[in-house]
Design a protein around this ligand. Structure first.
Ligand code: ADP
Ligand code: MG
Length: 687
């Protein structure tokens, strides 16, 4: 291939070396084992393959409309093959009376069929080592590539040539024992068969082998890198449990921890004693009580002479964390401050000062925490709430504030399906709070159409009469922000009419409001001064108002499952029975129906995540978009759960039996991993 084409390939599809070409897998194969008879042709057949001979050909017409027409017969029927372009060149190659394979789309004119611009191969050429392929690969190509002749056929030819000339340089990267155990074909065969399969069965074997390899090295890398990091990275030692922790635990904690909370507290204390740096994901469904766990860890840091910070994705949430932590601490002598975008310059200056002197123990806030002026005296623990809202780069900035990296705890309420957890978070240790505090009643969820709105209003009145509060949430989607905002304000007005003063008070909250106004409305609702909060999804994350027991979600069909689950989690936080009403129009698509049905049937975040994964595929799962982590060449987490499980087993077994990777096979694997990942994304940069 000339340099111009090569450059185009590099630019268009990042194809630079043989390996890229070999890993440019066909997205499907055309079954060319079937030959049609001309008498069987129908317009509905997209592509057909015929065998026969050309009996004659002629040029028809003149000028730009000139065409080449060849008569083709399969011995019984007769049809025309027609070319409008490259006429002379094709004509010069046509051979009368020699058997051809013809491939293309049949079109009917009157009663006769013809194929325009068919693919044409002499049967003897196909048998001559070019391979009589029953399954022909089809590759993606771009417009620009096609213009330069680099269409699917050209890519197939290049791939074929590379396999012919350099195929014997493809080296195996999985040990024989492992391959035998999991019945994986060798790598060289796999590459040949995935492009040019001899049979469907061989194609399947090739796909399985290459998927396994991809998932295997991904997970191998996770563990490998985690171990390397642990070996290299020293962490602060939190050796003692002291006054802060103990007096809070004994005198201030307003409830008993659930067993699950106790377990994760223990896991983390274990981590932080060792001198290694903790890097842990705390996963717990909405309302499972992650905040108090965070607070206990921060107290532990204080006991050992370290500061901690807690970073939240929104100002409202940061403020709420601040308030609830202040309240929990009571008169314990702990220095706590809040830092957000709206903290006044004067207050900031004082805060910075106290932070540097060490007078502040806890700093709670938003992105404002990662600004360069914010300097800790000795930051020992960083906690990030709802981590999927923060990019890797932002988190890295926080670490950079110390010479010894602080312990890191990332809290998320987004349940990750088990199949995904290791793939996404293999680099982190994971703790799970899999239990809700005692006495919580499961939220009852119902579906209502717009026609049932009056009934829903009636229900809201009943609940408000019992002293409860209600959320009414509208979707807000970037692209249609204006329309959505109108929906929201219309909704607010109709709520205000249906729930008039003086009996009722309605709040409104959306992202476009000033921070002060937001806080004001939120405070009114938290204090119970308003009965109804009409809001966009700004309340999605983490807001805690235990007296709010009804969640009405408008246009529920427009929300994704994980978002619906998050929203519903805003209620059910007190001792009262809570409800969630999903409002939608009467007509619903299949997916929307399944989402709503799932929500009505279960409160289990993991089950919901599984359905979400099925519906949307892993690329769209919350938390995976920004990180660009799910970017596989061939594996597909939605459909390859089995292969994922097997490859995980394999990886775990290797590290269990040979943790230092001393045996020959393991050493080869480590080599192969480096080889494999030199040219792939850096998957380990997640935390
Ligand atoms: P999330 O995990 O969603 O962040 P929170 O930490 O906001 O949940 O806790 C939800 C509510 O449950 C809070 O009001 C909190 O005080 C309360 N809570 C937490 N742990 C317990 C417990 N062990 N027993 C009773 N209530 C608890
Ligand atoms: Mg929370």
């Amino acid at each position: 291939m000339g340099p111009a084409k090569a450059e185009l390939l590099r630019k268009e599809i990042e194809m630079a070396v043989y390996e890229d070409l070999l890993q440019y897998y066909p997205f499907r194969h055309i079954d060319r084992s079937k030959f049609y008879k001309i008498s069987e042709l129908q317009e509905s057949l997209a592509l057909v393959q015929l065998k026969g001979v050309i009996t004659s050909f002629e040029l028809v017409g003149a000028g730009p409309k000139q065409r080449l027409v060849a008569q083709f017969t399969d011995g019984q029927g007769q049809m025309d093959l027609i070319w409008f372009q490259s006429i002379r060149w094709i004509q010069s190659g046509l051979k009368i009376g020699e058997p051809y394979v013809v491939f293309g789309r049949p079109v009917q004119f009157k009663s006769a069929f013809s194929i325009v611009h068919p693919e044409l191969e002499l049967v003897k050429d196909l048998q001559n080592g070019k391979g009589l392929l029953s399954l022909q690969p089809v590759y993606n190509s771009t417009e620009k590539l096609k213009q330069r002749g680099l269409d699917t056929r050209a890519i197939a030819r290049c791939t074929w040539q590379v396999l012919e000339t350099a195929g014997n340089q493809i080296s195996e990267n999985l040990p024989l024992g492992l391959r035998q155990h999991f019945q994986l074909i060798d790598r060289r065969t796999a590459f040949r068969q995935i492009h040019f399969p001899e049979s469907i069965e061989k194609l399947e074997q090739a796909r399985r082998r290459l998927k396994f390899e991809e998932l295997f090295f991904l997970q191998f890398g996770m563990i490998y890198n985690k171990r390397a990091r642990k070996a290299a990275q020293r962490g602060h030692v939190f050796s003692q449990v002291g006054q802060y922790f103990n007096s809070f635990y004994q005198n201030h904690l307003p409830f008993e921890l659930t067993d699950a909370q106790k377990r994760v507290v223990k896991e983390m204390r274990e981590d932080m004693r060792t001198g290694q740096q903790m890097n842990r994901l705390l996963q717990g469904d909405v309302g499972s009580g992650k905040t108090v766990v965070a607070l206990l860890m921060m107290l532990l840091a204080a006991d050992n002479g370290f500061q901690s910070c807690l970073m939240a994705p929104t100002e409202i949430l940061a403020t709420q964390h601040y308030q609830s932590i202040k309240e929990l601490l009571g008169e314990l002598p702990v220095g706590v401050a809040l830092l957000t975008g709206s903290t006044r310059v004067k207050d900031r200056r004082i805060l910075h000062e106290k932070l540097r002197s060490g007078a502040l123990h806890f700093l709670i806030g938003t992105h404002a925490l990662i600004e360069p002026e914010v300097q800790f005296n000795n930051l020992g623990l960083t906690i990030i709430d709802e981590q999927h809202r923060f990019g890797v780069a932002q988190r890295a900035k926080l670490w950079a504030k110390n010479t010894i990296v602080p312990h890191v705890m990332v809290m998320t309420a987004t349940p990750i399906p088990r199949t995904l957890a290791m793939t996404l978070y293999g680099d982190l240790d994971v703790s799970v709070i899999d239990q809700l505090p005692k006495g919580r009643k499961p939220i009852k969820t119902m579906h209502a159409t717009d026609a049932q709105r009056l009934k829903v209003f009636e229900f809201m009145r009943q609940e408000i009469a019992k002293g409860r509060q209600v959320y009414v949430v509208y979707p807000l989607i970037e692209e249609s922000e204006k329309l959505d905002l109108k929906d929201l304000t219309d909704g607010y007005e109709s709520m205000s009419r249906a729930f008039p003063l003086p009996g009722y008070r309605v709040s409104i909250l959306h992202g476009k409001m000033k921070a002060n106004d937001k806080q004001f409305e939120m405070d009114r609702f938290v204090r119970g001064n308003t009965n109804i909060m009409v809001a966009t999804t700004v309340i999605e994350v983490g807001v805690n108002v235990p007296n709010a027991s009804v969640m009405i979600i408008e246009n529920a069909e427009r929300f994704g499952l994980s978002q619906l689950h998050q929203l519903r989690g805003r209620v059910g936080r007190g001792a009262e029975q809570s409800y969630c009403v999903l409002m939608s129009s009467h007509k619903l698509g299949v997916d929307a129906k399944l989402r709503i049905k799932t929500m009505c049937e279960t409160n289990d975040g993991f089950k919901i995540a599984e359905v979400d994964l099925e519906l949307r595929g892993p690329g769209d799962m919350a938390g995976t978009q920004q990180s660009g982590m799910v970017d596989f060449k061939i594996a597909d987490l939605t459909t390859d759960a089995d292969i994922l499980r097997q490859s995980r087993q394999a990886v775990e077994a290797i590290f269990q039996y040979d943790p230092e990777l001393q045996q020959a096979d393991s050493r080869h694997l480590a080599q192969a991993y480096k080889q494999y990942h030199r040219r792939h994304k850096n998957w380990s940069a997640i935390s």
